[in-house]
Ligand binder design. Structure first.
Ligand SMILES: Nc1ncnc2c1ncn2[C@@H]1O[C@H](COP(=O)(O)OP(=O)(O)OP(=O)(O)O)[C@@H](O)[C@H]1O
Ligand SMILES: [Mg+2]
Length: 273
């Protein structure tokens, strides 16, 4: 299968802080790829390099065959790279519907400058098409009951879902999710995990997910990369990564203890719910 994204020798420094050191990896089209690692390991930094928010100090990024290292975030979004943020970035005073519409602005051919020609140009037809797409996403993420609600009034879990909806509205080929389940309860996490699997399988989106919940990561990822102090220390399928001694030491802080396979682990959280 073709590569969706290739990161080649990326380093990133902030003054004296080495956020990333010579990180290389490739993600195949259609993959659900997770990035894990302790706090400050460089996970958000690498995602920011992919989205274009940060410019690497060294190295290159390729999207398909194209070198995107020098492209702006907007140019990358137009190529089909979408994202959500670790900290919610919704417009709190706007409705759910409008927040999702905002996600489509890269796809709007007719902007406010041509607005006066609204009825004469294809603008109305275009808007109807946008509405249709947005409704499809609202259905997919089960947001019908809150579509008119003000985003800021929703529960945290729902707001994270609206943010996902907005990222999906761009119709990305590659979607970057920075801790989509952080702060969620067990049920919300389960729902979110299902949506992520579905958008990967049904919508065919390639997914890059940063997530701390190891159970979810092991459960739904095709492959996992582990960062520690800005360096890649492991990469592979879930079983390989779980078995890796570097991962146990660095990420899980364990020396020789045997890790519990998530499939064999008792559903502790479930019984608490
Ligand atoms: N804009 C910035 N300016 C200065 N230093 C930064 C900046 N962004 C990240 N860093 C530093 O780079 C390192 C990696 O940070 P990053 O946010 O990528 O980690 P992370 O793995 O996402 O951590 P977390 O799990 O806490 O979200 C940290 O030392 C952080 O302080
Ligand atoms: Mg982070």
């Amino acid at each position: 299968m073709a590569n969706s994204l290739e990161v080649r020798g990326v380093s990133l420094r902030f003054g004296g802080v080495r956020a990333l050191t010579d990180v290389s990896f490739a993600i195949k089209d259609g993959e659900l790829f997770s990035i894990i690692g302790p706090n400050g390991a460089g996970k958000t930094s690498i995602v920011n390099c992919i989205s274009g928010r940060y410019k690497p100090t060294e190295g290159h990024l390729f999207y398909g065959d194209r070198d995107i290292t020098g492209l702006t975030p907007n140019a990358r979004a137009s190529l089909g790279i979408g994202r959500t943020f670790q900290n919610l970035a919704l417009f709190h005073h706007m409705s759910v519907l409008d927040n999702i519409m905002v996600g489509r602005h890269h796809l709007l051919k007719n902007n406010f400058l041509t607005g006066s020609l609204y009825w004469l140009t294809g603008a109305r037809k275009e808007e109807l098409e946008h509405r249709r797409k947005v409704e499809e996403i609202i259905d997919f993420l089960d947001l019908q009951s809150v579509r008119k609600a003000t985003a800021g009034t929703l529960s945290y879990g729902l707001r994270k879902r609206v943010e996902l909806a907005r990222a999906m509205a761009l119709e990305p080929r590659l979607i970057l999710l920075d801790e989509p389940m952080a702060g969620m309860n067990f049920e919300e996490k389960e729902d979110m995990a299902r949506y992520i699997v579905d958008l990967n399988e049904e919508f065919g989106m390639t997914v890059v997910m940063i997530e701390h919940d190891m159970g979810v990561v092991m459960d739904i990822s095709h492959r996992i990369m582990v960062l520690d102090f800005g360096k890649k220390i492991a990469e592979g399928d879930p079983a390989t990564v779980l078995a890796d001694p570097h991962v146990r030491r660095a990420y899980l802080g364990e020396e020789d203890e045997v890790l519990v396979d998530p499939d064999d682990a008792p559903p502790a959280q479930e019984s608490a719910a």
